[in-house]
Design a protein around this ligand. Structure first.
Ligand code: SAH
Ligand code: SF4
Ligand code: F3S
Length: 442
């Protein structure tokens, strides 16, 4: 009987997409994928290194699993992903003592790695690649609702934002052959999927040179090709770096209603001094110009962001500038973080982590409170409007209710009536919270 693999995933959407590639590689090698730890011979933890608390969570999980290993000696634990790349064989030392480590560009070598582990050796594969995109691998859709799926369109990042570990854990930026992306999206559509999200750390710098003098495919062109598959296929994308958000992408969005009206545009700070220290390569003025361009070309587009509180030398004025920017843009959603110093980054080498932790927390909480208020006000404006919703499944709170999203990526919850998951329905908004719109089928 084949040995069983259980995969647990932490971190960003790209890690979730990678786990589906890992699943495909191991299935091809004859392993069985299981969705419970109890049946597993190998547990693979796909990890994130973006902030210290992300890593602490994984370390805690490894200790928990090793306690189980005390009862089941045959269980092998491996660490994949960004933490594997960052810490490498350090993860196989006494403290964590995992059986194997595999970095994000080495997943094709997992079968041989597991062979070594079965032979009783600890093993690590952490080489980064300048070309690997796993373009030819058809991911297994893990924990899928059969409606929406991720498609990885590029890997790596070389923007070197001064606080960020990703360029070190994921290597150089490289784009994937557009034909393989379009083919994957079409197969998903044919299998009944109705939403794909194209993924990269900075999708706006996607760039593929066609053979000979056939020209190139950039991100707007790629979006256009994927959106052309079928008007019933929703197309989303993440993440957009503000420095590279082009008018042409917005024009393609305007011309293709099935490209979803939602742009994630991480700002990080509202202070030009901070943005410079962060090496973000844009100013607040540039950012606001991009926001204005979005509103001009795609007026019904929602805008979401990421922000960091308490970066090196951040003053109260810098922090106020962030709050002011939030008031001006009025984001529909924000991911808000406390600055976490990451070993190996420019900031780690050259910039002091000099804001006390409780002060970081205080500033973060101020941003969270403001954003909560803005999100609620934004949602109140929605009451009375009607949206086309892609129905995804049962609401977590009640079997009598379904939930889905509108094009703007807002969640709507409504009485189930005769609606079916995987179909589009019109829903009228009748009430809201800061996080959810409550509606009824029209
Ligand atoms: N490529 C994306 C971001 C990926 S990481 C982009 O550039 O927009 C997701 C978010 O984590 C970042 O946008 C940033 O807000 C946050 N982040 C990254 N490094 C961090 C650090 N050292 N401390 C706190 N937050 C961080
Ligand atoms: Fe990190 Fe900046 Fe790259 Fe985003 S663009 S992954 S924040 S280095
Ligand atoms: Fe984390 Fe790596 Fe994604 S550090 S955010 S899993 S690219």
């Amino acid at each position: 009987m084949s040995e069983k693999i259980y995969i647990e995933t932490y971190g960003c959407q790209m890690n979730f997409a990678d786990s589906e590639v890992v699943g495909a590689i191991l299935q091809e090698a004859g392993y069985g994928l299981v969705d419970s730890l109890e049946e597993a011979d190998f547990v693979l933890i796909n990890t994130c290194a973006i902030r210290d608390n992300a890593e602490q969570r994984v370390r805690h999980r490894v200790r928990e699993l090793r306690a189980q290993q005390g009862r089941r000696r045959s269980l092998r634990i491996g660490v994949l992903g960004c933490m594997a790349e960052r810490l490498q064989s350090r993860l196989m030392a006494e403290e964590d003592n995992v059986s194997f480590v595999c970095g994000p560009d080495a997943y094709r070598r997992l079968p041989s790695l597991l062979e070594q582990v079965r032979a009783g050796r600890q093993a690590a594969e952490v080489e980064l690649s300048t070309t690997e995109t796993y373009a030819d691998i058809e991911p297994v859709r893990l924990a899928s609702n059969g409606i929406s799926a991720y498609i990885s369109i590029m890997r790596g990042c070389q923007n070197y934002c001064s606080y960020c570990v990703v360029p070190y854990t994921r290597g150089r930026e490289r784009s994937r052959d557009p034909q393989t992306i379009v083919d994957e999206a079409r197969r998903l559509f044919d299998d009944g999927f109705r939403e794909v999200t194209l993924l990269g750390q900075n999708v706006n710098s996607y760039d593929w040179h066609l053979a000979g003098d056939e020209g190139r495919v950039d991100f707007p062109e790629l979006m256009d090709r994927v959106a052309a598959i079928d008007p019933r296929l929703r197309v989303r994308f993440a993440t957009s770096h503000p420095k590279d958000l082009s008018d042409r992408l917005l024009q393609v969005m305007a011309a293709r209603p099935n490209i979803c009206r939602c742009i994630h545009l991480p700002v990080q700070s509202g202070s030009n001094r901070m943005l410079k220290l962060m090496n973000r390569k844009y100013t607040v003025e540039w950012y606001l110009d991009r926001v204005e361009a979005i509103r001009r070309y795609v007026p019904d587009c929602s805008i979401t962001t990421d922000v960091i509180a308490g970066f090196s030398t951040e003053t109260l004025e810098d922090h106020q500038a962030t709050l002011d920017l939030f008031r001006r843009v009025r984001y529909d959603y924000a991911y808000m973080f406390k600055y976490s110093l990451r070993e190996g980054t420019y900031a780690w080498k050259h910039l002091a982590d000099d804001i006390a932790d409780d002060e970081k927390t205080r500033r973060l909480n101020e941003i969270i409170a403001l954003q909560g208020q803005i999100a609620l006000e934004n949602n109140r404006i929605e009451v009375g409007r009607e949206y086309e919703v892609l129905v995804e499944g049962e609401s977590h709170r009640s079997k009598e209710r379904l939930f889905g999203r509108n094009s703007q990526n807002k969640v709507l919850v409504f009485d189930r009536g005769d609606a079916q998951p995987g179909t589009y329905r019109t829903v009228r908004v009748v009430d809201c919270t800061a996080a959810t719109l409550l509606g009824e089928l029209v």
